[in-house]
Unconditional design. Structure first.
Length: 377
């Protein structure tokens, strides 16, 4: 993903921002960072399931539409993607996909998709795409006049018959978002094959076990990062308990022996870091089934030195998967190796989110805001 445009989604009145391989969303609590991630998650949910289910997950449409400073009548999300087809920029494929959703007018339905559009270009020519207005397909010609249910999306349907558009649907469905919960990480989970880490951290043990089997060198990197986050820890492993799976931590003792601890004996920050690392390096990421990982405050519960190690993990992971993470870490902003272009600064003005690149003024305001309002690390 290279560009995100969001209008009237929760606190976001409007934004048009670039995102890179690693993008940090920085700002105090309540500034709208989580709403930005949720706008992306809504697209993934709506394409994977249906817009109705994506809205139900968020309770109702009124909970999504911006309320202040004046109520919004609809919301829209538009995403741009670039696929490098060669060194010549004219050979790059550029995709744009988005839709607008509003309360339904003149029907018993709760909402409607006002428009949905996809464009794929290579150089100056449009080579694929479609446009749907209130359920009627206007382009391409072979689908012109076809009807789509007002509350449904066209891209999942056309993606089943168009190889080009199936790549787009796969990309949209391949975005995963995480708000890691320490209590979930500690719960035994039913054993599953080829596990994908759940949004709250479900199936951590199976993910680590699959990683050891399929990509042992990557599992070794996870263990290295765990050792950097929690000195003395030598690794984290899958542990079975009948039909259930949990994890155990290996730790070197003062006399050089190795002790093993269950998840209840591990600090919140340490086990949460394990969940973050699993999200970043899990097998579906290595297999390219997941192309974007969004994470809420990956450094939560860690002291600054451990948080810096986790930043290094985000940077390494971003070589294989796009990473967008919210953060409240002042220390990350002070790093010499941070790229200002990788940071989006968030602020709240009269209940509306303001998003922009990190310049000197925003850096000072953000750091002051983190220190006085939202700093938790």
């Amino acid at each position: 993903m290279s560009r995100v445009r969001v209008r009237d989604y929760k606190s976001i009145a409007g934004c048009d921002v670039a995102v890179g391989p690693l993008t940090l969303l920085v700002g105090p609590n309540g500034a709208g960072k989580s709403n930005f991630l949720d706008a992306l998650a809504f697209v993934a949910d709506a394409v994977t399931t249906t817009p109705h289910q994506a809205i139900e997950t968020r309770k109702r449409l009124s909970e999504i539409l911006r309320r202040v400073p004046e109520p919004a009548q609809s919301f829209s999300v538009v995403l741009d993607f670039v696929r490098d087809r060669g060194r010549d920029e004219s050979e790059w494929e550029r995709w744009t996909y988005g839709f607008e959703i509003a309360p339904a007018s003149g029907s018993s339905a709760a909402f409607e998709v006002r428009w949905e559009e996809c464009r794929m270009t290579r150089g100056p020519e449009r080579t694929a795409g479609f446009r749907v207005e209130r359920g009627i397909v206007g382009h391409p010609d072979r689908y012109r006049g076809a009807a789509v249910e007002p509350g449904n999306l066209f891209v999942p349907t056309i993606g089943t018959v168009s190889p080009r558009l199936s790549q787009l649907t796969g990309t949209l469905r391949g975005m995963r978002f995480y708000d890691i919960d320490t209590s979930t990480l500690r719960l035994p989970q039913p054993s599953v094959e080829r596990a994908v880490l759940g949004r709250r951290g479900e199936h951590l043990g199976d993910v680590l076990g699959d990683l050891l089997t399929t990509y042992p060198e990557v599992k070794a990197r996870v263990d290295d990062y765990m050792a950097a986050v929690a000195p003395g820890v030598t690794g984290i492993e899958r542990q079975t308990a009948g039909r259930y799976v949990t994890v155990e931590m290996r730790q070197r003792t003062e006399v050089g022996a190795e002790a093993r601890f269950g998840p209840d004996a591990v600090s919140d920050g340490t086990i949460r870091a394990a969940g973050v690392l699993a999200a970043l390096f899990q097998p579906p990421v290595r297999d390219r089934h997941i192309n974007l990982v969004g994470i809420e405050t990956p450094e939560a519960g860690l002291h600054p030195a451990a948080a810096d190690a986790l930043y290094d993990a985000l940077t390494e992971a971003a070589e294989s998967v796009q990473v967008i993470a919210t953060t409240q870490s002042n220390s990350w902003l002070d790093r010499d190796d941070i790229d200002p272009d990788s940071v989006l600064a968030f602020a709240n003005s009269a209940g509306a989110t303001i998003i922009g690149p990190l310049d000197a003024t925003r850096r000072r305001l953000i750091q002051d805001g983190l220190y006085t309002v939202g700093r938790t690390t």
